[in-house]
Ligand binder design. Structure first.
Ligand SMILES: *Cc1c(COP(=O)(O)O)cnc(C)c1O
Ligand SMILES: [Zn+2]
Length: 385
């Protein structure tokens, strides 16, 4: 069912087997999953699995070889909703929201966890470990529980309570760290090495991107394959989602399912932690560590992303933009979205509406363009925000 061939480093081009557990390239860059795109040209949308399978509808685009290794809780297949009332407020006629808050564990982290845990199962991995700013920990703990894989999570002490409760509820092993996700990452990397756990930190394992890639496949299908949205607005922490959507559309173009231009990507970050926006504004290819990261949008509290160079490449190649939103605006647009569309978005998702309104005001988003906001999580997970 899978056309996976190998893993490849997007920085130096080294290749690795997709039948063994690998973390990053020898050069330190994240590895991407490669497929036999020539063979995939023979596929048609009729070869996809039924829509009821959620993101596994796109199994031919995913790395799991044996369907019995799929670990699912019903992730993916989320709606792309028209948002006319929020659109009127932002002066965007053709505004859409892809609501990822409907996923198991209440965020799009479920897609990455479903792919990552399924592939870990296929590779015979018994224990995984990761740092998280919050939602990834809950998702991986849930999918790990379902797979019978031990999950070790390190999280900032001041991460949302609900994320700590999730990890414990699913039987994960939780360590709280006095610091940020970067500090949690150092601790868990050392522990993983000492105990032989597989380190599944953001982009230190190649398969999470593949799960998030299905958002791009779903968007393309929602647009009828041949056309695509003009603009996709994404709240970036580690940037996995945007790399995934970009990869999805790159693969669809390579196999001839669409010839439409790549949507212009917008990276949204919080003003209190905006390393990708700073790098973009300065015309850099990589970001620098952001000191003193602080924002209500906990998923965006990532001071340095391993895949920053890929995110910045996706922005450059698509003619995109990057924008930082202050917390007060995130909260204001979150209330607006709830009151105009009945959609209680995570603050990360609310930030995308603020960003779209700002870019429309600047004229960067033009009359009539179709704009998709990715609401990455449910506001129900942030009762205190
Ligand atoms: C993790 C997370 C993000 C950021 O996702 P990345 O793939 O790390 O860029 C955005 N929103 C929510 C709700 C998250 O949990
Ligand atoms: Zn490399």
């Amino acid at each position: 069912m899978s056309f996976v061939t190998h893993l490849r480093c997007p920085r130096c081009g080294r290749t690795y087997s997709a039948d063994e557990a690998h973390n990053v390239c020898e050069c330190g860059a994240p590895l991407l999953v490669e497929y036999d795109l020539a063979a995939m040209r023979r596929l048609s949308p009729a070869d996809l699995w039924p829509a009821s399978r959620g993101m596994w509808r796109y199994a031919p685009f995913l790395p799991v070889k044996d369907p019995s290794n799929i670990v699912t809780l019903g992730e993916g297949g989320t709606p792309t909703l028209r948002a006319p009332r929020a659109g009127a407020a932002a002066r965007i006629d053709n505004l859409w929201i892809k609501d990822e808050g409907l996923n198991p564990t209440g965020s799009f982290k479920a897609r990455g966890a479903a792919a990552g845990v399924s592939k870990a199962k296929e590779l015979g991995i018994a224990a995984v470990a990761m740092p998280t700013a919050g939602n990834a920990g809950g998702a991986w703990a849930a999918y790990g529980a379902r797979a019978g894989i031990q999950v070790h999570i390190a999280m900032p002490k001041d991460a949302p309570d609900i994320n700590k409760q999730e990890v414990r509820r699913y039987g994960g092993h939780l360590t709280l760290v006095d610091g940020l996700i970067s500090d949690a990452g150092k601790l868990i990397a050392a522990e993983a090495k000492a105990h032989g756990w597989f380190d599944v930190a953001t982009l230190k394992e190649p398969y999470r991107i593949e799960g998030k890639k299905t958002m791009g496949l779903e968007l393309a299908e929602a647009w009828g394959w041949t056309t695509l949205p003009d603009v996709v607005v994404y709240p970036a922490g580690g940037g996995v989602g945007i790399i995934g959507i970009w990869k999805a559309i790159t693969e669809l173009r390579a196999i001839g399912w669409t010839a439409a231009p790549m949507p212009r990507f917008v990276v949204v970050q919080a003003a209190g932690c905006a390393p990708l926006v700073k790098a973009w504004d300065e015309g850099k290819d990589v970001s620098e560590f952001w000191q003193g990261a602080a924002t209500v949008a906990s998923g965006l509290r990532v001071p340095k992303a391993l895949g920053d160079f890929l995110v910045l490449q996706a922005l450059r190649e698509s003619g995109g933009a990057a924008i930082a939103i202050p917390d007060a605006e995130i909260l204001r647009f979150g209330a607006l979205l709830a009151e105009t569309e009945g959609l209680w978005a995570a603050p990360e998702g609310a930030a995308t509406l603020a960003a779209a309104a700002e870019l429309r005001g600047r004229g960067w988003i033009r009359d009539g363009e179709s704009v998709v906001l990715i609401n990455t999580g449910s506001g129900l997970k942030y009762p205190e925000v």
